[in-house]
Design a protein around this ligand. Structure first.
Ligand SMILES: [Zn+2]
Ligand SMILES: [Zn+2]
Length: 219
């Protein structure tokens, strides 16, 4: 049975926070707990969802602002890729958060993720795909044909690469090697609603996303 996927815009930067759960077991995850922790708890409770993980697509503070409080409220661990835990607990990562993004960094990851790791959530499997570029430890989460891309891939665009720790070259390489080989019908659920539609498919992005058509496929 496919996962149930709900989204809402959270915080001043309107991060798309996702609730993804297994209908049989009612076990679920929150992808990018960006704030409004009490509202997110109510969102889960209305549906009887038991939270297994708080999954961060990357360590930028706007995507994890609600994580510490949600962890207290639900007991679910925050999971983040190893490279972003290292980067954002280091000096350069703290500077990026404070000076470039102007947000406090409260990043205490309980679960450190590696590329290829699979997390069981009820009957669902969540696969971790390491896609560095926007940050060193950016990941996409693949759940039964649904790809949660954070700030790596937007509808019609890619994430910023002007911030400390970012690289457009590395991001395009991640897309080319790790994301574009996935099936065209894979649904893309981005970290912000910056495109013509709030979600897309990989087939459509291959046709219409200028970063893919001009920088990757034209090579
Ligand atoms: Zn970001
Ligand atoms: Zn973002």
């Amino acid at each position: 049975m496919p996962p149930v996927i709900l989204s809402r815009k959270v915080g001043e930067l309107e991060v798309l926070t996702y609730l993804v759960y297994c209908l049989q077991s009612r076990e679920g995850v929150i992808i990018d707990p960006a704030g409004e922790p009490e509202a997110l708890v109510a969102w889960m409770e209305e549906r009887g969802v038991e939270l297994r993980y708080l999954l961060a697509t990357h360590g930028h503070p706007d995507h994890v602002l609600g994580a510490a409080r949600l962890r207290e409220l639900t007991g679910a661990p925050l999971a983040l890729h190893r490279a972003d835990r290292e980067f954002f607990t280091g000096e350069e990562g703290r500077r990026v958060a404070a000076e470039e993004l102007g947000l406090p960094l409260e990043l205490e990851a309980d679960v450190v993720l590696e590329d290829g790791q699979r997390l069981a959530v009820g009957e669902l499997e969540v696969e971790v795909i390491h896609t560095p570029g926007h940050t060193p430890g950016s990941v996409c989460y693949l759940v039964e044909g649904n790809l949660f891309t954070g700030d790596t891939l937007f509808v019609g665009a890619v994430g910023r690469t002007d911030l400390g720790g970012a690289s457009l070259e590395v991001l395009l390489d991640s897309l080319a090697r790790r994301i574009l080989p996935l099936p065209g019908e894979t649904v893309v659920w981005p970290g912000h609603d910056y495109g013509e539609t709030p979600r897309s498919t990989l087939a459509r992005e291959r046709e219409e996303n200028p970063y893919i058509t001009d920088f990757i496929l034209a090579e």
